[in-house]
Design a protein around this ligand. Structure first.
Ligand SMILES: Nc1ncnc2c1ncn2[C@@H]1O[C@H](COP(=O)(O)OP(=O)(O)OP(=O)(O)O)[C@@H](O)[C@H]1O
Length: 324
């Protein structure tokens, strides 16, 4: 698989050759990245991969050693203030004034960061509380909040100024399944309205919510692709058929179709799982189901486009890297 695919022409974030060295530690090595506008972009990598360093560079919180980084076409070093005005940021471990209520917390932040008229601050704060599902807890002090609620308050805080780009550093890493579900739901509700760039080491989150993913390891980008494409295994179009009965007959019919490029079969719990690679997707869409329905002596249990599990792909990429 190519390391970089489907690069957008007018990205929200564009990074090229980005390198960061901390006193002898190379945290990032010549990173190239394009984050499409309005995408939910998962920035995936194990501990120490360089995710937080990249986020700090985008936010202008640390100085780059080499390379370029622009946000909405503005250089993050030369136009740091203008860039920051367009970004909302949730740190890995957000801190709050514990005695303040959620509403007061957001009002306090809005006083500094909200660009709109002051008379609209209350409305904006209520809107953000609604988006993250905290309306009913708005007037409770933050020190009574659960981990998931704190994280959602952090999201509301990052959203107060209606940013065009939300940067979230491990937004769900420390949460239980319900807390993670709630945070991902908020992210999902923002799809198409704003660009979300978030770091994570949780594969399942990426599979559930991202539409594009970049995989980082040891400070180097090792893959970037739309999630659907990654899960399909690249540009190949492959169908999966799980069936039993006269498998040999089915296999020979499939292999005889001019739009089928390869058929493989393995036994799984008394069934045969066929992996059918096709070179003409519309011919396959038109005929494949009809062939299965008309194939006597075959009972089909499952049929659909082949998808890998992100974990399989991730481990595969990491192993290939280790052997390179
Ligand atoms: N201020 C610093 N001084 C020296 N080394 C640093 C500094 N900050 C980060 N590093 C090193 O840079 C590398 C990348 O760290 P970074 O925090 O960006 O990784 P990460 O992918 O965000 O990891 P995690 O998932 O654990 O937060 C690590 O080897 C880390 O030890």
């Amino acid at each position: 698989m190519d390391a970089i695919q489907n690069l957008p022409d007018d990205p929200a974030i564009s990074i090229s050759g980005l390198t960061k060295t901390y006193k002898g530690v190379k945290a990032l090595s010549s990173l190239d990245l394009k984050v499409p506008k309005n995408s939910i972009f998962g920035f995936l990598g194990p501990n120490g991969a360089g995710k937080t360093t990249t986020i700090k560079l985008i936010l202008g919180l640390t100085r780059l050693t080499a390379g370029n980084c622009t946000v909405f076409g503005m250089d993050v070093t030369k136009s740091a203030t203008s860039v920051r005005r367009r970004i909302g940021y949730l740190a890995q471990d957000p801190r709050f004034y514990e005695y303040m209520t959620a509403r007061r917390t957001l009002k306090f932040v809005a006083k500094f960061f909200y660009d709109g008229p002051e008379s609209l601050i209350d409305e904006r704060v209520s809107e953000c509380l609604g988006t993250v599902g905290l309306e009913d807890k708005a007037d409770r002090p933050v020190n009574t909040f659960s981990g998931g609620e704190r994280q959602r308050l952090g999201l509301a805080q990052a959203m107060v100024n209606a940013p065009d780009l939300l940067i979230l550093d491990e937004p769900a890493a420390s949460l239980d399944p319900m807390g993670r579900h709630d945070v991902l739901k908020v992210m999902e509700s923002l799809r198409g309205k704003t660009t979300i760039f978030y770091s994570t080491h949780i594969l399942d989150d990426v599979q559930r919510v991202s539409d594009t993913v970049a995989i980082l390891n040891g400070g180097r980008l090792i893959a970037q692709a739309p999630v659907e494409k990654l899960l399909r295994g690249g540009d190949r179009v492959v169908y999966s058929i799980v069936a039993r009965g006269d498998e040999l007959a089915l296999r020979s019919i499939l292999a005889g179709c001019p739009w089928v490029s390869a058929v493989t079969a393995i036994n799984v719990n008394g069934y045969t799982r066929f992996e059918v690679a096709v070179n003409d997707e519309s011919a396959a869409e038109e005929r494949l189901l009809g062939i299965l329905a008309g194939c006597r002596g075959i009972r089909v249990k499952e049929f659909g486009p082949w998808k890998y599990d992100l974990e399989e792909i991730f481990i595969n990429i990491m192993e290939t890297e280790d052997h390179a």
